[in-house]
Design a protein around this ligand. Structure first.
Ligand code: TYM
Length: 224
């Protein structure tokens, strides 16, 4: 029998931190035993915020190496770089054309990041969750292991698949039953480690944009 499929990804925006490990990658390692697993380095997501292209290329390779160092086994999992598969952008465009703008405007992460960017907010930052939906829906993923902060994005991916594609465009089988076009994915959020807090400010989430959580601090996972 075919195994259920898992897809997840991390942005190559610098070294991974304990939140990435406890919230997501630790779970990925275990899921390799029981699922058909796809792990992506989502470099196209990383260009929605200010970045240096040479650094991004370096960080993309480093993130892939860290996947392996954490226990992702390329003999059992498909490890790949998002920008190398043009179908992610192609599907994102199709999904863009059915996704209501106000679904994106209410995304918490968009609002948080937009405040920091002022009048430099790009369309890409707003559209980020649609590209994430495309990442998932393209592979017919059954489950998506992520930390708590990605829950709203997962709900959006489910709503796009169910309400905006399947409900509108599904064909009918001989018995008149709808044949879904896209698989509606389930989030997989472990209760422990779903939201690891900053080691210097217990009221905010551990994040790569926190200068205390990057190279030099105690919680940084060093490059191998
Ligand atoms: P990203 O790169 O911000 O984080 C990668 C993974 O780490 C989890 N995480 C945390 N978990 C617990 N505590 C924390 N403090 C913490 N910080 C980060 C995140 O929840 C995530 O699982 N949009 C995604 C990347 C993405 C993706 C996808 C994920 C793009 N396409 C498709 C799954 C499927 C993101 O920015 O994750």
């Amino acid at each position: 029998m075919a195994r259920a499929r898992v897809l997840s990804g991390v942005q190559p925006t610098g070294a991974l931190h304990l939140g990435n490990w406890l919230g997501a990658i630790r779970n990925w390692v275990d899921l390799q035993e029981s699922h058909d697993t796809f792990f992506c380095v989502v470099d196209l997501h990383a260009i929605t915020v200010p970045h240096r292209p040479e650094q991004l290329a370096d960080d993309t390779l480093t993130t892939a190496a860290l996947y392996l160092a954490c226990g992702i086994d390329p003999a059992r999992s498909t490890v790949f770089v998002q920008s190398q598969v043009p179908a992610h952008c192609e599907l994102a465009w199709l999904l863009n054309c059915v996704t209501p703008l106000n679904w994106l405007e209410r995304m918490i992460q968009f609002k948080e990041k937009a405040v920091k960017q002022g009048d430099q907010v790009s369309v890409g930052l707003l559209d980020y969750p649609v590209l994430m939906a495309a990442d998932i829906l393209l592979y017919d993923a059954d489950r998506v292991p992520v930390g708590e902060d990605q829950k709203q994005h997962l709900e959006l991916a489910r709503d796009i698949a169910q309400q905006r594609i399947n409900a509108r465009f599904a064909s009918r089988d001989a018995a008149g039953e709808p044949v879904p076009i896209l698989k509606v994915p389930e989030p997989l959020i472990l209760p422990e480690g779903a939201r690891v807090m900053s080691l210097t400010d217990g009221s905010s989430k551990m994040s790569k944009s926190d200068p205390h959580e990057v190279p030099g601090s105690a919680c940084w996972i060093p490059r191998s």
